[in-house]
Design a protein around this ligand. Sequence first.
Ligand code: AMP
Length: 249
Amino acid sequence: MKVLVGVKRVIDANVKARVKSDGTGVETANVKMAMNPFCEIATEQAVRMKEAGSVTEIIAASCGPAANVETLRTALAMGADRGVHVQTDAELQPLAIAKLLKSVAEKEQVQLVILGKQAIDNDFNQTGQMLAALLGWSQATFASAIEVAGEWLKVTREVDGGLEHVEVKLPAVVTADLRLNEPRYASLPNIMKAKKKPIDTLTPDALGVDVTPRLKTLKVSEPPARKAGIKVESVAQLVDKLKNEAQVI
Ligand code: AMP
């Protein structure tokens, strides 16, 4: 089966994001960028499924500006076979990305799409669900294990208080949770090989997708600074403060 993996370029998880001084968004100029961690997990899953023989080809897709090619190269170095870059400088919101990925999934005739459960920059957690709905395919979100069983996928989902085991019929969209796997680091030879793997460039117009934003960001602000803590002298004082000042016991 052919698999499509969606990979998003975001601010590196180790960098502290800064809000722009005019409150319109988060500063991305001169900031280290990387593949969204949940997309690394999605890519790793597809590569493991190919190594296990249940996947024949992995196509990595990324929607966004020219620099997204770097993110695609990372996916190719991890083991994806080809890249598809939907190039645009327009602001892309989950519905637009879902429409673009739908178009790519249909064009490439994949049977499975694996996405991250969420992008760590906007925390939308919407694209996979919207994509499954647009395609009319089965969906399994927050996957912590995936097993291929003929025409079905057995997916373990992390839910509050435990694990839920579901079966979804292919074709399907699955979103990857943190514990699905530990993504590999691309080796130097694989990084070199990835430079020769093909990347197709498309545009939203060529795919017939209108990416006009449907929601407007009114304001972005820093979280309130944490107040300094205090040291208590004794357990009795701690209990007293919890009871009378914080009023939590
Ligand atoms: P979100 O719904 O924004 O939290 O993103 C969930 C997942 O959708 C990500 O982990 C990616 O797999 C996929 N995705 C989001 N944005 C993009 C993008 N610009 N290009 C490719 N895939 C994306």
